[in-house]
Ligand binder design. Structure first.
Ligand SMILES: C[S@@+](CC[C@H](N)C(=O)[O-])C[C@H]1O[C@@H](n2cnc3c(N)ncnc32)[C@H](O)[C@@H]1O
Length: 393
């Protein structure tokens, strides 16, 4: 399977990563040159259907120029929708359930993993097999184990790995359990996000080893968390940077659209707030990361006004019937709130926002986590400075 010349092949991708100053380690540069991404990306990928406004995804085959224009670019590529059974209109997809991650993000993760020759690595989320191939190219196939929950994806990855000359161990199973039969590992790398960090990943890592994962909550985009495993079986570490990823299957946020969880016709209590909802508009905002850490199960959708005024309404919900809405009017001091249900979601958000302000408006990189067999503690700046207990849920 040869890449057409105009796709640029792996050299084009390496050129992009080099131009951006990301390829500091020559060993990873060699791996990115050797492993051809087009061998791992399936014959059908998924792209947002620009002719429709419903965000559904359209199948794009390898014979479409878009496929080749995309495959050696620094972009994530959706490779599976709706767990393999497209659920949108006319064969379209609704949700991306597997992807070939953005190469620059993969490279940042591989760099942060600090995996060197001789180490054994467990990857969670085999997906296309491309990342497993990069690890195998650097460390040797015998030192790489990868777990994928979706049997069809695992089979595709195995075949593509073999045809590219790699043979890491690909296990079909729930990555939350790790792969104990091949443990211990020097490094665990999750390529699916978790809020609750499976202790198995810590237990299967040697003392001194690292566990790297996209971590966070469904209210905000996730951050790349690096935990160092101690001899007493605990692990602790900080968020390094933002890293948006899909969730482990069993930790997905409620799906199906916000209207499924918000009964807008239900009676609601009306109040006013001085907390500016503008702090919570953007997925990557620091306030949102902190609020999500303190308010369990929180989800949000932002609906901009159609009149071009810049106003919008934030709808907050938890998937169990409670909801709140707050109207954002740019420049205002007071904002109208409505709340419905057992939980007073806006009250919880307000308390969390107050804590965030009093703590000096911390960004995600000031947060860290300590994991023990019994618990997971989120802290600010230092492990002995835990954030307050969740406010509701
Ligand atoms: C972003 S993709 C991984 C990309 C992949 N590393 C690559 O190089 O193509 C995330 C993958 O995690 C898988 N996944 C989700 N939950 C999982 C779980 N509990 N155990 C193992 N794999 C899981 C998904 O099926 C999906 O293929």
């Amino acid at each position: 399977m040869t890449a057409p010349r105009d796709s640029g092949g792996p050299a084009a991708l390496v050129g992009l990563l080099r131009e951006r100053g990301l390829l500091g380690d020559p060993a990873w540069e060699r791996a990115f040159l050797r492993v051809e991404r087009h061998r791992f990306v399936p014959d059908v990928i998924w792209a947002v259907d620009a002719d429709r406004s419903d965000g559904q995804l359209l199948a794009v085959g390898r014979d479409d120029p878009y496929w080749w224009q995309t495959v050696h670019q620094d972009v994530a590529i959706a490779t599976q929708v709706d767990d393999g059974s497209p659920a949108g209109h006319g064969g379209r997809g609704r949700y991306v359930t597997s992807s070939a991650s953005q190469p620059s993000l993969m490279l940042a993760m591989l760099d942060s993993l600090d995996a060197t020759e001789g180490m054994r690595v467990l990857e969670i989320g085999t997906g296309t097999g491309y990342n497993a191939a990069l690890l195998a190219a650097r460390l040797g196939s015998a030192r790489v184990v990868s777990v994928e929950i979706d049997a069809a994806l695992a089979e595709h990855a195995r075949r593509r790995l073999a045809s590219a000359g790699f043979a890491p161990t690909v296990v079909v199973g729930d990555g939350a359990e790790g792969a104990p039969e091949h443990a211990p590992y020097d490094r665990v790398l999750a390529t699916a996000a978790a809020g609750d960090i499976p202790y198995a990943w810590v237990a299967q890592t040697r003392p001194g080893g690292l566990v790297l994962l996209p971590w966070g909550n469904p209210y905000s985009s996730t951050g790349l968390l690096r935990l160092r495993v101690a001899a007493d079986g605990t692990a602790s570490g900080r968020v390094l940077t933002r890293a948006g990823f899909m969730w482990l299957r069993q930790q997905r946020a409620p799906t199906g659209g916000w209207r499924r969880y918000v009964d807008t016709g239900a009676a609601a209590d009306v109040s006013a707030t001085a907390v500016d909802p503008g702090d919570l508009l953007h997925l990557a905002s620091p306030a949102r990361f902190a609020v999500g850490a303190l308010v369990p199960g929180l989800c949000q959708v932002v609906l901009p006004a159609a009149d071009g005024s810049g106003e919008s309404t934030l709808w907050l919900y938890d998937g169990s019937g409670a909801w709140a809405s707050v109207d954002h009017v740019p420049g205002a001091d007071i904002f109208t709130v409505e709340q419905h249900g057992r939980r007073r979601l806006w009250d919880e958000v307000e308390r969390a926002h107050r804590w965030w302000r009093r703590s000096g408006r911390p960004d995600r990189e000031r947060f860290g986590v300590t994991v023990t067999p019994e618990s997971q503690t989120v802290w600010l700046d230092e492990p002995d400075h835990p954030i307050p207990a969740p406010l509701g849920g």
